[in-house]
Design a protein around this ligand. Sequence first.
Ligand code: NDP
Ligand code: HSE
Length: 438
Amino acid sequence: MNPVKVGLLGLGTVGGGTVKVLTRNAQEIMRRAGRGIEIVHASARDLGKPRICDTTGITLTQDPFEVVNNPELQVIVELIGGMDQARELVLRAIANGKHVVTANKALIAKHGNEIFAAARVKGVMVAFEAAVAGGIPIIKAIREGLAGNRIEWLAGIINGTGNFILTEMRDKGRDFADVLAEAQRLGYAEADPTFDVEGIDAAHKLTILASIAFGIPLQFDKAYTEGITRITRQDVGYAEKLGYRIKHLGIARRTAEGIELRVHPTLIPHRRLIANVDGVMNAVLVQGDAVGPTLFYGAGAGAEPTASAVVADLVDVVRTLTADPENRVPHLAFQPDALSDLPILPMEKVETAYYLRMQAQDRPGVLADVTRILADQSISIEAILQKAPVNGGDGSVPVVILTHRIREQQMNEAIRRIEALGTIAAPVMRMRLEHLAK
Ligand code: NDP
Ligand code: HSE
């Protein structure tokens, strides 16, 4: 059988990695797919730039529309990134009857509902394994491997750059900016790295995971997003002393009232496997009613790990080229007419435990005022840590409090009142804490 001809948009970190893996493993890939897979046409902005891959035999162009309009091609791989142009290219490819593979989580999280609807009309596939957690086959695992379960919740370290920064800061005491620059050099970071450090990239990925886990439409705009830029080395140290690690987690949970969809720094007991996922590695913990907890681990970013997912999607597409479109795995795991309208909960309704750090004046009654405010909001305390005043400082002391689970709304009110006390310096640092036990 003739090889399947593929067009590639983007020859950067992931595009270059994809060409390398497809070339190096061509024989293995053909044995799996049943046909060869050949990239014959590719686009990039600067055709003179040195590449990590060999592009011999590939027709190169600066115009990505030339690729998506090439009638010879059956599949388009979109690895340009960004939003408007990527959306236009993907929709054009679909309109031209081509299958699409993409690693663009921003595009899928924001425009996936529109893209999948267009793909259904044309009977083509849109595969996006590389969009979440780099090389970990988490989309396939949830969509197919766990299809017998009612998924209760999932929690993941789903941004490699952020986890790399937190790990290097904790283990080597390195500066935030310095580690971020290294992540950019290594090709882990997004074109705009604020997406990584402010949690936007993780929220894109979480939006996708929640859709395929719970069978709900993609609703990125309702995700709560908080980044890692406010975490200090002090917080990392206090968390360790109390038996916790700080990780930047994406959490999606089904509750009686709706779906929690939130990305924020989170304290996790240090003995949990996921608390020990370091560097650029990602991990996703999925709790199904039948299987119980399952943990998926692997590289979350980088050229070849991400290419591994892109190529797996290509193999999937090639294997099902002749399958009746109605009998393929649905894009969002559930049949399109069976999606649920479960609401996404506002953050005030989310229930979680908390870490609070505040700077308190070192005199009698101050801690009692704080604990009274917490008690008024029915917030029960798990642990308190009070440090000695610093020599030559202003006489105030850091106080760290861990609480049991409570609604965010009540915690907001407690923090508002604590910050209004004349004896506590605002702002109070708050982080959520999850035991991830069940
Ligand atoms: P890069 O910036 O390394 O590569 C982007 C490529 O697209 C480059 O080859 C660039 O050309 C080309 N390009 C950009 N804009 C245009 C345009 N307007 N017209 C034609 N070509 C264009 O990005 P990555 O490979 O890192 O990321 C690609 C996608 O994969 C993104 O959606 C990203 O979120 C996603 N992703 C990235 C991961 C990673 O580890 N890096 C992991 C998982 C997903 P030129 O090289 O000439 O500048
Ligand atoms: N910038 C992303 C990360 C790339 O660091 O996780 C992988 O999606």
